[in-house]
Design a protein around this ligand. Sequence first.
Ligand code: 9MR
Length: 746
Amino acid sequence: MIRTSRRRGVTLLAATASAALAVTGLTVSTAQADDVDQVKNGTFDNGTTDPWWWTSNVPATVVDGQMCADVPAGTVNPWDAIIGQNDIPLISGESYQFSFTASASITKSINANVQLADPPFTAEISQPTLLSPTPQTFTYTFTSATDTNRGQVSFQIGGATEPWTFCVDNVSLLGGVEPPVYVPDTGPRVRVNQVGYLPGGPKNATVVTDATEPLPWTLQDARGRVVASGWSTPRGVDEASGQNVHTIDFSWYHKSGTGFTLTADGETSFPFDISRDVYRQLPSDALQFFYIQRSGIAIDGALVGEQYARPAGHLGVPPNQGDTDVPCQPGVCDYRLDVRGGWYDAGDHGKYVVNGGIATAQLLSIVEQHMLTKDGKLRVPEGRNGVPDVLDEARWELEFLLRMQVPAGQPLAGMAHHKIHDQNWTGLPLQPQDDPQPRELHPPSTAATLNLAAVAAQGARLYKRYDRAFANRLLAAARTAWDAAKAHPAIFASDADGNGGGAYGDSNVDDEFYWAAAELYLTTGEWKYLHEVVTSPVHTADVFPAGGFGWQSVGALGRLDLATVPSRLPHQVRKQVRQSVVEAADAFLAIERSQAYGLPLPGAGSYYVWGSNSNILNNMAVLATAYELTHQKRYRDGALQGLDYIFGRNALNHSYVTGYGEKSSQNQHSRIYAHELDPNLPNPPVGSISGGANAALQDPFVQRLLPGCVAQFCYVDDIQSYSTNEVAINWNSALAWMAAFAANQH
Ligand code: 9MR
């Protein structure tokens, strides 16, 4: 087929660009095209495929003026079958428009790449593209970061379970084309908690406006009647969003109802409820995520919906290679371990002790703080077994963590392996049971060992009532782990160990020692562990930094438990510990007051890190704990107010929890819930929280889409953005904890 004239081509390309990007709600400005096409024979008009090449499993031929190839079933990753063209020159800083018309005999996602032809095969663009039997034109723009004569245009078409036919035509790479300007669709300028507010809770909103003087606002009920009104407070330019904003406080309005809206400056918010029930379902939804992420067990569709049903992953059934008999990385150990079970960490299939540790601790804490102690209410297969459901879920991970401990008689006995994951990264989508990668144990680390010690100790006191033998096993493992960590206090996981899985490097384990000592003391009451607590440098350090705590900084987990779990802690120590929680809560209240979007995170971009939503939720947990300690309502209100940000009171007018609010995250980065890449796969389950705004732009997709973004704008609901939009167990555990707290408030 002959390409349209340059002029017509430009119009067509601009139009199809919006179509191709529409999945993520992107809008684009019209691009200026250039004459220079870097692709040779992109139209196949001469009847040959020259100079295109292919991997041997996909020989291509010209059929009806296009290039087609039969793609066999049975490959795993997109890059297991490739058709490409090399010797494409790329100029650093130059922007390009990459376009092609393609079809597939079935609905199939491929990767369309412009990349280096040689190692390290760096991709300038690697665009998942959903093909169907109807030929469609796709257009993408990008700016090259590389100068090379060895560029490559390629289509990665592997990873199918059934054979199919790929056809492509009009492949073109035009230089000098400005990338489209991304404008997120942020809806009405009045920003509310899209889920709703508790009748007796705080009710705040933020208005984006040019106005500098107070504006009148009205609150309408579902029938449109004005039920409250007032004046906004101008707040100037908000650092976290770069927007000029006002705030509205309607906390004094207490009546319940559904379908309220808030109007100011001619804009009307998304609808929301005022109800005692706004968070009633949230704990159960936030916790079902863990069950669906379980490894080593079939997921029962009757419990969580058939779209999430799948066979057990990584039980040694081909093509899986593990996790029932896993070797170490070469040279690390010469034994093998059965490390089945646990939860998949996130969008990948890795299992990491340090992140499993904090996630398990937060689930255990839900029960320990008496927030959710029922049995038979959550969607877990253990059902009515006389044990609180949350403990059933946490046990799934605890059993895995125990398996990660180095057996007696081996070098470093008693320590825990840092992680187990695929040897090499796999592509998306990929269901756990289809993962063919060899699995490997990575070296033991002091951090992992202390995570095991801490959560096993915490588990021991919680399971004692239900299963004494398990509790004893946990405590024995915790003691052994503690001793092993003391004997090997500085074995650190390296940040460089990130092939096939996340690195989770950590070279300061003072906080892990403190946390583990605290949990061991709270469980055993032994002087030895108390001594470790009070002599730790972390004991008097600030463990509640403004940016929030997380998997790498776990001193807060120890401090919060010392403050709340009944023990014989000496009076002075208890007082000091509790005071540190309340002082931190006061600081978070001050931060909330300073933020026009009302969240407990300072506005500078540096605070918006990878997984920021969990840091924000963890700061709310400190506020909630201060409320438990003091019964002062301001701390409770501060904790609840933070949820407004999570559910839509933010610069993007976006709820970060799937299925909650008018406009929520649906396309989180995940090999399992990869609906965006394959319409036959589900979106993440309701109650999955996305990592959230990350101003450091740590993946190529956002580096291309969001350069220069102001903190809260550094997020996109696209499966490709793993640094702003992944799911992860330690983020859902932070959500589950706060959900359990909020569900008990009115
Ligand atoms: O949550 C982790 C974040 O704090 C780190 O900055 C980031 C980069 O190392 O890794 C995050 O964890 C990812 C892990 O490495 C692999 N599984 C997915 C996790 C969530 O993105």
